[in-house]
Design a protein around this ligand. Structure first.
Ligand code: FNR
Length: 418
């Protein structure tokens, strides 16, 4: 892809491979859609954590080595016993339908083609079955917002298993939404309730609780993504629409704003789910060690992109501390515990830094949503390929041929300058 990028005489399909220009261009694309725009770009509070995520990446400086032959390079890796072409996956991001009409189907198809994991959000705007189909033979994981009702949890787990999702990512840092001023100003939430409910509307257990048949994945409506349009529908008082909106709100209440859970409760998920179980939203060394004790297979060190606790520790800082724990190191080395990271990853150089500090893979968040907003599936593909090309170039230019040579080597390879 590196050769392709330099040799091509056409500009990239996303218009740019520069991540700042990409963000700008996505903003322009969403002009007049203040609701969607602010939902994607908003953070908790003053955005302090969002900015500090980036600052922490900047503090680390790579010290490249010379006169080493890195002609033959590989960025392949194994996660949870499966080989992947690169240590990158798409972060679970909800309601993708608000930025592009093809929504999750486009992003799942894009990484499906590349062989990298698509992590489907519990707040997706397409059903589990439709996303699996779009993802094709690609690897897929499912992110769970833990429902308050165990029967619904069981139903989701059986659906994702039947649809070929191989790993379960349980998000712990969003038991309720953070304080997000921009969303509140844009009065966005009611809209969110109705668009992100396709998984519920197609769920047999959830629908049976309302004495209804589940809607088939082929027939479940994509809600209008324009709040004005939705408002108009609601004002008309069309009974069918009203019912779907009510069901949507109930689904979100039961799932996305789930009840608080304990380490003890995790046993239930461990029993119900045979595949890799990954906890997302871990920021403290103690919680990482508790995760090992709880018998989970991995964690995503994450502060949700700075969207939950304003002032929370930068994700990369937490990663470094967690990977310095002897217990974590040992669990990682034994192959029984995998540490992933997200929040603030924007470039291939960021990927390099995360891996040097001990991550085994990174989740790409907002940048792929920019690609999706700008050019759908082709846009996502372009963004992912660009970041991977830059990662591979960085690896080679720094004197390394593969991930083993850099993983966890910290200050042997980088310095931190405040
Ligand atoms: C998210 N994130 C998220 N996480 C999750 O577990 N389930 C979800 O449904 C969502 N939804 C969501 C929507 C939007 C618009 C954003 C930006 C983020 C968090 C996501 O998985 C990831 O942790 C962050 O995106 C990482 O931060 P950056 O790199 O995007 O800044």
């Amino acid at each position: 892809f590196m050769r392709e990028s330099y040799a091509s005489r056409k500009p990239p399909v996303s218009g740019t491979v520069d991540v700042e220009r990409l963000e700008q261009s996505a903003r322009e694309k969403l002009k007049g859609r203040e609701d969607a725009f602010s939902y994607v770009f908003c953070n908790a509070g003053t955005s302090a954590t969002y900015h500090n995520n980036r600052k922490e990446f900047d503090k680390w400086k790579i010290v490249p080595r010379m006169l080493r032959d890195t002609t033959v390079r590989s960025i392949e890796t194994s996660l949870f016993g499966v080989k992947y072409p690169a240590p990158l996956m798409l972060a679970p991001i909800g309601v993708q339908g608000i930025v592009h009409a093809e929504a999750e189907l486009a992003s799942a198809a894009a990484v499906g083609k590349l062989g990298l994991p698509f992590i489907m959000s519990s707040a997706a705007t397409r059903s589990i079955e439709a996303v699996a189909k779009a993802n094709g033979t690609g690897p897929r994981w499912y992110q769970l917002y833990w429902p308050s009702n165990d029967d619904i949890t069981r139903s989701i787990l059986s659906r994702i298993k039947a649809s070929g999702f191989s790993a379960l990512v349980v998000t712990l840092d969003c038991m309720m939404l953070g304080w997000r001023p921009r969303d509140i100003d844009a009065a966005y939430l009611p809209f969110f309730h109705s668009v992100g409910a396709q998984i519920g509307l197609t769920d047999p257990v959830f629908m049976a609780r309302h004495r209804l048949e589940p809607i088939s994945p082929e027939e479940v409506p994509a809600f209008p993504y324009d709040p004005a349009h939705l408002d108009a529908l609601l004002q008309q008082g069309d009974e069918k629409t009203m019912q779907l909106v009510r069901l949507g709100a109930d689904w979100i209440a039961q799932t996305n704003a789930g009840q608080f859970r304990s380490w003890e409760d995790l046993k239930f998920l461990r029993e119900q789910w045979e595949g890799p179980l990954i906890l997302k939203g871990i920021l403290s060394v103690e919680d990482a060690e508790l995760a090992i004790d709880a018998g989970v297979d991995g964690i995503v060190v994450s502060n949700h992109g700075g969207r939950q606790v304003d002032g929370a520790v930068p994700s990369l800082y937490a990663l470094q501390k967690i990977c310095q724990s002897a217990k974590v190191k040992q669990a990682q080395a034994s192959g029984k515990f995998t540490v992933l990271v997200d929040s603030g990853v924007r470039t291939g150089s960021d990927m390099f830094k995360a891996i040097v500090l001990g991550a085994q893979g990174v989740l790409l968040g907002r940048p792929f949503i920019y690609g999706l907003a700008i050019a759908g599936q082709a846009g996502v593909e372009n963004v992912v390929k660009s970041i991977l090309a830059e990662f591979e170039i960085t690896l080679g230019l720094c004197g390394y041929k593969n991930l083993e040579e850099i993983h966890g080597r910290g200050e042997e390879i980088m310095v931190r300058l405040d």
